[in-house]
Write a protein that binds this ligand. Sequence first.
Ligand code: NAD
Length: 330
Amino acid sequence: MTDSGVMKAALVCGAGGFIGSHLVKYLKAKNYFVKGVDLKYPEFSESHADDFIIGDLRDPKLVDSLFDRGFDEVYQLAADMGGAGYLFTGDSDADIMHNSVLINLNVLKSCADRSIKKMFYSSSACVYPEYNQLDPGNPNCVEDTVYPAQPDSEYGWEKLFSERLYFSFMRNYGTDVKVARFHNIFGPEGTYDGGKEKVPAALARKVAQADEFGEIEIWGDGEQTRSFLYIDDCIEAVYRLMQSDFNGPVNIGSDQLISINNLAKQYLEISGKNLKVRHIEGPQGVRGRNSDNRLIFEKLNWKPKLSLRQGLEKTYCWISEQVLQSIPNT
Ligand code: NAD
């Protein structure tokens, strides 16, 4: 129940994905009625949704059929998505742009037709211009530096276009839209292998799989920097944004900058393994990226609760268990 004692209803698009499945759990704990939709069920645990539709959001008829009841809030997290190995090689650009734009067009149009009051859209730090992220020690990702636009990937261009699409619907149809730019969200129950995994999960898997004195590979020289936000902190920020009168766009991330080499070191310490690190050619994205959290702190009084180290420990623990379970018994 909400404070007023009325049960709210939410539709979560992308409810089978990493962030979406955690969000469903969170909303259920707050006593929402939750309907989820995705191409697939969550990979690592059962969905907590009251109703879960397996469906393709690129299909406008399917999207329209989801609204068999009213929803107080719609969370749109579905996207053709992956880590650097998927987003930055260029090989999947057409699919990434085509699929994600279609999803956003369909969901927005159906929401406007049904006069849905409140919508959340998950944009990305990938919208920020490459020219502000060349210095790994001092990247600039303040919200209003996004123009002149020069994202470093087609994925980023799609997110920027879709942000504009959401705000157009807000202006023309009165939908209360909330837009967040996520910066590298990580934690248990995220993809950790198969090519679509992101660096905190990929490194944890490599360390967990390596023999005691083996080696792990890092793409590039490892001096590229990023910040990483633990999933629970991300969900809390999304919810606060949704309940506020602020529309964004706003960064949701951590402002604790770390190089990929140092991230690997953290995992080596956590695992107690003494592994060599080998640097190889591979897609890396921008040289440096960090969340600037001044706006979200000012508007929502939000900052991450968990330290990076605490988040990495939880993530390593979960991924090493998965790796262990996947080794066939001899
Ligand atoms: P994810 O890939 O785990 O989740 C996305 C979900 O969308 C998947 O379950 C996928 O099956 C679903 N989906 C894709 N195409 C679909 C379709 N046609 N119909 C129905 N469902 C479809 O990714 P995530 O990490 O949970 O990210 C959620 C959102 O946040 C995405 O929009 C992503 O771009 C954005 N984001 C995430 C991060 C991050 O660090 N995880 C960073 C920036 C932005």
